[in-house]
Design a protein around this ligand. Structure first.
Ligand code: SAM
Length: 257
């Protein structure tokens, strides 16, 4: 097909260094019968090496021209092209054990990660390329400078590993930032879950809105009994574990009921 001009609005930075998709596919370690869904196949940098290993692949691509190109190049027996905005796709439709992969459009990375959380019960694992800065926040631990809302929210649902970094020159056009690859494995049914997930999300957001402020100040409307929870009232959001946030949230939901 004729040259494709990268569309900024779709976060298009195409991988040109073929060693990177190979490294991602090695990390995924696909079996031929795996159900794999790739988000944002673009010009097939990752699609091709995946198709060398699996019998069938599904891709979700928002760009009509790129979706048409994929349909033209591959038989529907090997590749199902879903022309859609990944933010509107219900990933549970692919069934239990689906593996999701992609060099994600960086402009929608956070909303997409939160959208995928809704189908996490169906997912075996996710391997994504994202801005390194976002992956650093996803895997950060209490006390790390990158620890924040994204870390706490995603760590309630996934175990995550930052695998390797990818510099801008591996793409065309090169992004302005460094990239990394992350592995995300959904936690099982025995994971700690807040009694009221909506309240939990509000609490975490408010606690990190002023991350350097002491919690007794940033959460003063929540009337939390710090002593009962064994959390010093001088603590700051960035020092608390995921479990501390769940306990705080559960304390508040019990007060309400
Ligand atoms: N996988 C290719 C590669 O590695 O070279 C392309 C990666 S590029 C960073 C992101 C891809 O996601 C583009 O193909 C873009 O059109 C697609 N995309 C952007 N927004 C999307 C969305 N909301 N839903 C599905 N695909 C999207």
């Amino acid at each position: 097909m004729a040259q494709h001009k990268a569309r900024k609005r779709f976060g298009q930075n195409f991988l040109t260094d073929q060693s990177i998709p190979e490294a991602i596919v090695r990390a995924i370690h696909p079996e031929s019968s795996d159900t794999i869904v790739e988000i944002g196949p673009g010009l097939s940098a990752l699609t091709n090496p995946l198709l060398e290993r699996v019998d069938h692949l599904r891709v979700v691509e928002i760009d009509r021209d790129l979706a048409a190109r994929l349909r033209h190049h591959y038989s529907p027996k090997r590749l199902t092209v879903i022309e859609a905005d990944a933010l509107t796709v219900d990933f549970s439709q692919f069934g239990q054990g689906v593996r999701i992969v992609g060099n994600l459009p960086y402009n929608i990375s956070s909303p997409l990660l939160f959208h995928l959380m809704e189908s996490a019960d169906y997912v075996r694992d996710q391997h994504f390329m994202l801005q390194k800065e976002v992956i650093d926040r996803m895997v950060a631990k209490p006390g790390d400078s990158d620890y924040g809302r994204l870390s706490v929210m995603l760590q309630t649902r996934y175990k995550m590993y930052s695998l390797f970094d990818v510099p801008p020159e591996c793409f065309d056009p090169p992004p302005k930032v460094m990239s990394s690859v992350v592995r995300m494995i959904p936690l099982g049914a025995d994971r700690p879950v807040a009694q009221d997930p909506v309240m939990f999300a509000r609490l975490v957001t408010q606690a990190f809105a002023q991350r350097r402020k002491m919690l007794r100040g940033s959460l003063k409307d929540w009337q939390i009994n710090w002593q009962a929870l064994g959390i010093p009232e001088t603590a700051r959001a960035e020092e608390l574990s995921v479990m501390d946030f769940i306990r705080m949230s559960d304390f508040c939901s019990q007060q309400k009921s």
